[in-house]
Design a protein around this ligand. Structure first.
Ligand SMILES: [Mn+2]
Length: 431
């Protein structure tokens, strides 16, 4: 005897993508479409896998504004599932609380679709296609900020078959998500359900395997934040009464967010940096997304290493990369939305180079009091470029030369310190 179901959450239909610069209106349209595409893939997957039911653990919509297109596609998908004999169980979350509107208009009720009410205990019991008894308990958010533990509303399961708790909750506290409906693994375990279908935290994770306490994660990533990166989708759960349930992950979101760190220590030009970035982006795409259902990879890049030009024109770099990477002939187009220089590394290295220069010159003053005028003059000219990378190298070269006057060494040192201060001002304004 066995049956199966899908567990998904946080569809955030019609989500506005956050933290992304979008250059092309076509891309912006594609991003808006992705959350709805993910939902439609979920519907198709449920039908293809012939599951008994689908669980949606909150945040079906992203906000008070629920677009006409998102509403009609949600209803169309639910009807499709209903016509196929697949039940759907839904709780509303902090992004779509009941006080801000129901999910299904009163005059358009759909057979087999059940939305749990807020502030009360409700359960639905039924027989799966194979005759197994299943009971599902759930609580919706009444308002946007439910600060009490909603699992407190759940009744004890009857233990007459497989029992599921459907909740939108913060288990154990995650600093990246609002601490709504806070609860703990221990508290949930004490309630006695077989499977806890959770929503709210967007990172897919198993908090416990016996009983199963599971976050499916959101169905489509929506920003370059860590919890939004990588493949997003749902779990198919196979329940066989003779063994432990088996979870299988399926990708739903067609657009994937990711992040790369590119070492540009060996780059000595803007073009070099562009090439390193493009290579790293393509390598990521091949290693992680080649055989997946990904249509586009949206990428944030961090540049690390000792490339010490004071400025990299990030916008120009993004534009040039995107001309190459978004080419529709590419297997999976990649959109680079932001490039960041690792400021701390850059500062450290500027400090290292300047510090090295000061030390070198101080040593030189002691050991070689006869530095030649010409060399120091050249050194000052070099410093005038306000870039410390050539300075570091230049001072090392100077050390190989033999003589110069110590007063001018002092001048160089002062100049280095002045420039260093200027550099600090520039960097602190930049952050
Ligand atoms: Mn959410």
């Amino acid at each position: 005897m066995s049956f199966k179901f899908l567990h998904a959450s946080d569809l955030h239909l019609d989500t506005p993508f956050e933290g992304i610069k979008v250059f092309d209106p076509k891309i912006s349209e594609m991003l808006k479409d992705a959350s709805i595409k993910a939902w439609e893939r979920l519907v198709d997957l449920a039908i293809a896998k012939d599951v008994d039911f689908v669980l949606l653990a909150g945040d079906i919509y992203d906000g008070t504004f629920r677009g006409v297109r998102a509403r009609s596609r949600l209803l169309a998908g639910l009807r499709k599932l209903s016509e196929d004999g697949i039940k759907v169980f839904i709780v509303q979350g902090n992004h779509d609380p009941v006080d801000e509107g129901g999910l299904i208009p009163k005059d358009q009720e759909i057979e087999g679709v059940y939305v749990f009410p807020p502030r009360t205990s409700h359960r639905v019991a039924f027989s799966a296609k194979d005759g197994d008894s299943v009971e599902i308990h759930g609580v919706s958010y009444g308002s946007r900020s439910e600060t009490e533990d909603l699992s407190t509303y759940l009744e004890q399961p009857s233990h007459n078959g497989f029992s599921i708790a459907l909740l939108h909750a913060s288990v154990g506290g995650d600093p990246n998500h609002e601490p709504y409906s806070p609860t703990t693994v221990r508290k949930l375990e004490s309630l006695g359900f077989d499977y806890y279908a959770l929503g709210h935290i967007h990172t897919r994770q198993l908090l416990s395997t016996d009983p199963l306490i599971v976050y499916s994660g959101n169905s489509q990533g929506r920003s370059p934040k860590p919890s939004e990166l990588g493949l997003k989708g749902c779990y198919e759960v196979n329940v066989d009464r003779n063994s432990a349930p088996v979870l299988t992950f399926y990708q739903l979101g067609p657009i994937v967010f990711d992040h790369i760190v590119v070492d540009i220590a060996d780059s000595d030009s803007f073009e070099d940096i562009g090439d390193s970035l493009a290579t790293a982006a393509e390598r990521l795409m091949v290693s992680k997304y080649m055989d997946t259902d990904t249509t586009t990879v949206v990428l944030r890049a961090t540049l690390s290493g000792s490339y010490l030009e004071t400025r990299i024109d990030e916008d120009r770099l993004i534009e040039e990369l995107n001309e190459h990477l978004t080419d529709p002939r590419n297997e999976i187009p990649i959109i680079v939305t932001s490039i960041r220089l690792e400021q701390s590394t850059k500062n450290d290295q500027i400090n290292d180079a300047a510090g090295m220069a000061i030390n070198s010159l101080t040593t030189l003053r002691k050991t070689e009091p006869q530095l030649e005028n010409r060399l120091v003059h050249e050194c000052l000219q070099e410093l005038g470029n306000t870039s410390f990378a050539p300075l570091g190298a230049y001072v090392i070269r100077l050390l190989d030369d033999e003589t110069a006057r110590s007063e001018l060494v002092q001048t160089v040192q002062n100049k280095v310190e002045a420039l260093l201060q200027e550099q600090f001002r520039y960097n602190s304004q930049d952050q």
